[in-house]
Design a binder for this molecule. Sequence first.
Ligand code: DON
Length: 304
Amino acid sequence: MNYNQILKEIYEEIQPYAQTGEPASYIPELLKVNPDRYGICLRTIEGKEYAQGDSDERFAVQSISKVFSLAMSFGRIGNELWKRIGVEPSGNAFNSIFQLEMERGIPRNPLINAGALVMADVLLSVLDYPEREYLSFVRKLCGNDMIQYNESMATSEREYGYLNAAITNMLKYHGNIENDIERVLRFYFRQCSIGMNCRELARAFLPFADHTRPFSFDGIELTTSQVKRINAIMQTCGFYDEAGEFSYLVGLPGKSGVGGGIAAVCPRKYSVAVWSPRLNPKGNSVMGMKALELLTTKTAISIF
Ligand code: DON
């Protein structure tokens, strides 16, 4: 497969969408980023890397971090996690609260905000040094010790994080948060603020695509079956109320973030990360989704 050529063609074919959509504006720090950036990196399980555009520029991974939280909390407490979080698609926005009230404080899945806040709570309870261990896990996954939290991003989010605070309060009311609410929120916003570029994200996601090597990073071990389940959750829940659309257009398990990043895996073949800050109304990168749709169309390979 000539991935270099394919990435080049994709870049040319997505140009008509270059000005479509707006970057997320509800986190002031995100507006400091040039909205016209575009980068992509594909990494095969043989370890070959193909990159294009602004693939070395770091951006806030935002909700992509929910996959790291899932790997860590599932790895640490196993199926106990499913006593506190479901595995059904929500069909609602990432920060929706009404379903949480109707379902009495049990988040639909780990990849919406309510689920990620419960996972932050799980990790606060089981880790000795939560922030340090979380960062260390992500660093090991992508093989780069330079990955950092962006403290001003995290602080800026906390300042305007009224809805996440409401969700955490609702969870606490229903007995699904053990730790202090403020502590949970701070940890969650730090996770979202982690800066990574497309190369680093593609590396970090490769273990979810690769069934030939055991998943073992920084003391977090997942069985092949657990990796399969994480992929299943990404497939059905990774794009909130656009999960069906992403599945239909792209056909890969993946996860988006409001920083404009999308990471996806083609099991047994490759991982791919794409970044472009302009988002569609559902909060997913316009060019990122288009690029991945073209990737699976041109290669004629997806999970289906
Ligand atoms: O909780 C929030 O609002 C953000 N920090 C994360 C949201 C996000 O990335 C949703 N993804 N598309």
